[in-house]
Design a protein around this ligand. Sequence first.
Ligand SMILES: [Fe+2]
Length: 316
Amino acid sequence: MQIKDIYNLAIKMGIESDFRGKAGVQKLLDGKKQRFEKLSEKDKEEFDKDALENPYLDSGVYNISDDKEIKKVLVGIDIGPEEILIAKELGDIDLVIAHHPVGKGLANLADVMHLQADVYNYYGVPINVAEGLMKERISEVARGVNASNHQRTVDAARIMKVNLMNSHTPCDNLAAKFLKDLIEVKKPETVAEIISILKEIPEYKEAMKIGVGPKVFVGSPENRCGRIAMSEITGGTEGSPKLYEKMAQAGIGTSVAMHISEEHKKEAEAAHVNIVIAGHISSDSLGVNLLMDELEKQGIEIVPCSGFTRFSRISK
Ligand SMILES: [Fe+2]
């Protein structure tokens, strides 16, 4: 596999596990194409052409110094110049794969958040309400990431001649789908039962060793969970705090999330929505592992770093 093959595989797997379904994602890309066609020549020049093919603009390839066959990858949750130096020091790393976005992917993080409106709609929140509340939050996130030093890691990779890409929402989609399928099979009745199910997953087991295993942040273990939503695993970053009230009205009893801010926690409490925090880096690791399994099947060696806990689900 070459870098472009790995990137294409990530996007393909992300689409296959997307809450909107393949057809939903295609519709989104078609809509972007239609808008692009209507633009003036000058506006077309400024338009990010990647957006016509890639529904996850928080993921991409940032540096190709040597477009070779990839045999060994350094994979981490957050990749900074430090990890680029580690790759260089190790000497035999063909490609560095980040989870969290860097460069243009970071600048475009807010774009993938539109996905959340569809996820909330999937769980019964009217689409007009979900879109309205997300719109506010998306612009807030877009402004928030605007001030970052986006190219820091990309520049380090370019100078050190290290190949660099990332896969954020495709991997988060994989984690969300994995957890959704598992919860649907196990049918937990209480919040404690959700926690027990999560604790059986190797990535969370590993996180428990350092004190960041699955936890109840809102509600109590003996609470009945009601309808469980995987609404806070994928879609860039936290959605709108105003959504909890709407989730409760839509019949959601419990939300499984990667992480939650204090403001969101207060709103969830007020709406009586139980919040189970699966764990941030552990959930990120789960999604990345599901992609890495496909790379391993192709004979690629994976070196984990920067919080990524590698666990292979390939039966050997
Ligand atoms: Fe994350």
